[in-house]
Design a protein around this ligand. Sequence first.
Ligand SMILES: Nc1nc2c(ncn2[C@@H]2O[C@H](COP(=O)(O)OP(=O)(O)OP(=O)(O)O)[C@@H](O)[C@H]2O)c(=O)[nH]1
Ligand SMILES: [Mg+2]
Length: 348
Amino acid sequence: MNSSESLLQVVEKANKIFLELSALASQLEKEGVNKRVFWFGCSIVLCIVLLLGTDLLLDLNLPISSPNALLFTFFGIAAPSLTLAFKVTNRSSIDNAYTVYLFGRGGSGKTTFIDSGFRDVEADNRPPSTYEAGNGFEFFKFPREVKIEKSNQEPRQENITVFIGDYRGQGGHEAAVDNVPTNFAGSRAKRIINAFIFIVDIAPRGKIEDTEYYLKDDQIYDYMTASESGSPHEKISRRAKEHEQYVNEFSVKAIFDAFYSSNVKSVRFLVSKADLLQRLVSEGKISELPSDSSFDNIAQYAKSFFATTFDCIEKTCSEKKIDFEWELISLTDRNKVSQLLINLYQKR
Ligand SMILES: Nc1nc2c(ncn2[C@@H]2O[C@H](COP(=O)(O)OP(=O)(O)OP(=O)(O)O)[C@@H](O)[C@H]2O)c(=O)[nH]1
Ligand SMILES: [Mg+2]
């Protein structure tokens, strides 16, 4: 270091370059350049420069004036670049990530939620169940540009990356802590999930006899209205009991124990297959409700089947002061699912 240059000045220069590189990384990311690749590139270039020595460094006209300053360049720029390069490989450090954890029994509509919210899949072409995941848990990453509208603030567009987990809901263990990868949920010490969505429904998926195929909408309607095995009300009640074995105070507690952190901003309780229930009501098949019932009345009716689970989730959220809402929803309705997601992103 020459006499005119103090240690502090060199460190400041190194830091300035590092900040400029950070700004460039963010700029390039908007153009589609992967941040990890950028930081690896920076660290490699700087390490080569450092290895080749001062002359080259001086030739490059970097703001370094003595061999000692190399050390500070290394610790000021190359080492942080390298650290960042590794850090961005870690899912938790991805800027503006929003992580959604779905929980619901097989057939409740987890995959349908993801399809309607993020994928270009027609309702009739959905795979019957999440077989590809086997008994495991899988998660997907969807980049999204969203409009954030907060009170007292100008609306703004933001680029976020939504991570959403799916699994084949059979025994409940699929979404349990050991099966959920840390690059989705974060480590035990630092959980990164932002929303829990619990899904139940009012009708079972059912199978076409002697086949592997599941019933389509009209067939489920026929099953619900067929006089065998009880009225539609009784069938909804039976289905609700199946859900209760799966989403109940024990599983809800287990989920909060395993994945809750201050990063959880919202919890939703969804009763799916609203379209089916509306049809049953409007065609006078639910003797407990008039056929011209409002959507709100139909929703309250649907919710009444899940009172215990609902109360338990609501109580937990109110204790932890988490934004909580419930909805009777048709998950095959893309607009409804998109609206629900937009609403969640506002609460980040
Ligand atoms: N009509 C109607 N059908 C729905 C709705 N939600 C889900 N479904 C249907 O219900 C069936 C089961 O939905 P999935 O999304 O596969 O259920 P899942 O929770 O992913 O089930 P697993 O993968 O087995 O755990 C599919 O045939 C969907 O099309 C809804 O709101 N309305
Ligand atoms: Mg599925």
